[in-house]
Design a protein. Sequence first.
Length: 231
Amino acid sequence: MENEPRGAILQRDGTSYAIVPRTPAGIVSPEHLESIIKVVRRYDIPVIKMTSGQRMVLVGIKEEDVDSIWNELGMTVGQATAPCVHYVQACPGTVTCKYGKQDSLGLGLEVENLYLDMNLPAKVKMGISGCPRCCGESYLRDIGIVGNAKGWTVIFGGNSGGRPRIGDVAAKDLTKEQALDLVRRLLEYYRENAKPGERTARFVERVGFDAVRKDVLTFAPYMPLDSARSG
């Protein structure tokens, strides 16, 4: 993979590539949309596909065009294979949705900026939902955060792949600062204790969530251990 073009994924035909421009929390500016349309037309890119992670993948690119396309886009790479945070999926929350209880979009942007470059054992996907309807699919993401009238619930170890897993609730009714602190604690614990290539769902299945909760929450000033277990 080291010889592949920058930020490009080889396709099934063995000759063409796909790229995924980064769109934090699914937000795209008019300028970036215009840049995408320009390169799609200029380089005759046959497919623009919306992904489940609120991103656009440009498919069918010639190898020799990859670097030029990135330069003209002026956008950073949205990771698709590297062991790091791939994306933060977020619903509109209180920005526009009448059901929103918390600002999931703002929190999603903040979380992505904090952990975009963090090296991890495997890929990590995050889902932020502004109300219990959970449109950010938070329970099926490695890190999930769900808002309600009392604050934020943080979830760990979810997965929607071939071996799906509902994530475990780590703590409830947190402030934004407490939720961000707990996400940091969980990611650092996962980074230090998971095996290379081990997703959070498989990690939790191997070590048990009681061990994760005990080790992560014991020293959390906002969440006594007994209270966390009762949640």
